[in-house]
Design a protein around this ligand. Structure first.
Ligand SMILES: [Zn+2]
Length: 107
C-alpha cells in the first residue's frame, strides 16, 4: 500500500469504516511512515478538535490520538482472533461431518 492510498483511507479509518484487512495494512503503513502518521494526526486533530470545541470540553488531543491508535490495534487483534476462532470452528464442523459420513458408510 502506498502513501496515496493510505491518505485516501484516513477519513474511513477515523470513522471506523475499514475492514480487517484494510485496517491492518493501514496501521502497518502508518507505523512505518512518518508523513502518513503526521497527516493522520492532523486530520484526527481537526475532526476531534472541532467536535470537542462544540461540546466545550477540555481535552488532550495528543493523548487521545495515542489512545485511538492503540485502540485501533487492539480492535484489529480481537478481530483477527475472532476470525481464527470462526475458522477453527468451521474446520472442526467439517471434520465432524466427514467422520459421521465415514462412520455411516463403514457401519
Ligand atoms: Zn506513507
Amino acid at each position: 500500500m502506498d502513501c496515496k492510498e493510505v491518505i485516501k483511507m484516513i477519513p474511513d479509518f477515523l470513522n471506523h469504516k475499514l475492514n480487517s484487512r484494510e485496517l491492518r495494512d493501514f496501521l502497518d503503513h502508518i507505523e512505518e511512515c512518518k508523513e502518513c502518521k503526521e497527516e493522520l494526526s492532523i486530520q484526527f486533530l481537526v475532526q476531534e478538535g472541532m467536535a470537542r470545541l462544540e461540546e466545550g470540553n477540555t481535552f488532550d488531543l495528543q493523548k487521545e490520538f495515542d489512545w485511538m491508535m492503540e485502540d485501533a490495534r487492539r480492535r484489529m487483534k480481537i478481530r483477527e482472533v475472532l476470525h481464527f476462532l470462526v475458522y477453527g470452528v468451521e474446520v472442526l464442523a467439517i471434520i465432524t461431518i466427514i467422520t459421521i459420513i465415514v462412520l455411516i458408510i463403514v457401519l
